[in-house]
Design a protein around this ligand. Structure first.
Ligand SMILES: [Cu+2]
Length: 276
C-alpha cells in the first residue's frame, strides 16, 4: 500500500531476532511472530482545547484533541502498523460491520482499521444533527461520502465501492462541529493493527518471508481553528510514516521496534483536512 503526500522522518532501531526458543507454539503451520513498540522521538506540543460554540448542551463546553496519545517511554498509542506484500493471508476475510459512532460530538473511535470484506457504518448517537464527510487523505482530497444525519439513532451503511480506492479517509463534520475528526485506515490484509496504550503491536502466524513493515500516524502538531463560528476546521500537520524490512523465519519471533521523529517547526507542512 502506498500512502501518498507524506513526509518521511524516520529513525529505526536495530532488529533483534530472538532465539528459536521464543517461537510460537506449533499451531500446525510455520508462521512466525513480528512484534514491537512504536515510539516518538522529540517533545510534542501540548495539544489545544477546542472551545465548543454550537450544541453545547449535547457536546459539552470544550473538547480535547485526540491526535496524540502517549504511554510511558515515548510510546505512541493508535499508530497503524502493517505488513506489506503478504499475499498468503491465511485468515479469512471478515464480513463484519464496523461502526463509527458520533457520540457527544466526537467520533468513536477516533481511528479505525477497515479490513478486507468489512463494511463501514456511520451512526448518530446524539439528539442533534451531524453531517459526516469523508475525504481521501491524499493530494486529490476526493470527497468519498457526505451524509447528513439529523436523527438520533440514524445509521448509514457505506457502500464498499466508495472506499475501494482509498488508503486513508479523513472524516469530519460539516454541521458546525469543526473539532470532530476521525480517520479510517483501509487495510489490504489482516496484518494491520493499531498500537495499544503501551505502543505495542504484534502479528502472529506470519508466513515466512521478507516484508516491508510500515507505520502511519496522523501527525501531532495542530493549530486550533480560528474561525470556529464559521465552521473552519483546525489546521493540522501531515501524517508521519516509517518503514523497515523484516525477515520472518518459520516459527521464529522478530522484535521490530520503530520510532518516528517529530518535525521541527520549520518542516511543518500544514494542511486543512476537510477542504478539498
Ligand atoms: Cu457534528
Amino acid at each position: 500500500m502506498r500512502v501518498s503526500h507524506i513526509t518521511l522522518l524516520l529513525a529505526i532501531s536495530a532488529a533483534i531476532a530472538l532465539p528459536a526458543s521464543a517461537a510460537l507454539p506449533d499451531k500446525g503451520n510455520s508462521g512466525g511472530v513480528v512484534s514491537g513498540i512504536v515510539r516518538l522521538e522529540g517533545q510534542p506540543m501540548r495539544l489545544p482545547l477546542e472551545m465548543v460554540t454550537k450544541d453545547v448542551r449535547c457536546c459539552g463546553p470544550r473538547k480535547t484533541c485526540p491526535r496524540l496519545i502517549m504511554g510511558s517511554g515515548q510510546a505512541v498509542k493508535d499508530a497503524v502498523v502493517w505488513l506489506e506484500e503478504i499475499h498468503a493471508d491465511d485468515r479469512a476475510a471478515s464480513n463484519r460491520v464496523v461502526v463509527l459512532r458520533q457520540e457527544k460530538c466526537e467520533y468513536q473511535p477516533h481511528i479505525l482499521v477497515l479490513y478486507p470484506g468489512e463494511q463501514l457504518e456511520i451512526v448518530n448517537s446524539d439528539p442533534i444533527m451531524h453531517n459526516v464527510h469523508a475525504y481521501e487523505l491524499n493530494t486529490s482530497r476526493r470527497s468519498v461520502f457526505n451524509i447528513a444525519q439529523p436523527v438520533r439513532g440514524q445509521k448509514s451503511r457505506i457502500a464498499p465501492e466508495l472506499v475501494k480506492g482509498a488508503d486513508v479517509l479523513s472524516v469530519s463534520c460539516d454541521s458546525g462541529h469543526p473539532w470532530m475528526s476521525a480517520y479510517v485506515f483501509r487495510a489490504r490484509n489482516k496484518y494491520c493493527v493499531l498500537t495499544d496504550a503501551s505502543g505495542r503491536f504484534r502479528f502472529e502466524g506470519v508466513p515466512p518471508g521478507t516484508y516491508s513493515l510500515r507505520i502511519w500516524h496522523e501527525g501531532v502538531a495542530i493549530r486550533p481553528s480560528t474561525g470556529v463560528l464559521q465552521g473552519a476546521p483546525p489546521v493540522v500537520e501531515e501524517p508521519y510514516t516509517a518503514e523497515r524490512s523484516v525477515t520472518v523465519q518459520p516459527r521464529e519471533s522478530v522484535q521490530a521496534d520503530m520510532t518516528f521523529s517529530l518535525r521541527s517547526a520549520g518542516q511543518l507542512h500544514s494542511s486543512r483536512i476537510s477542504t478539498p
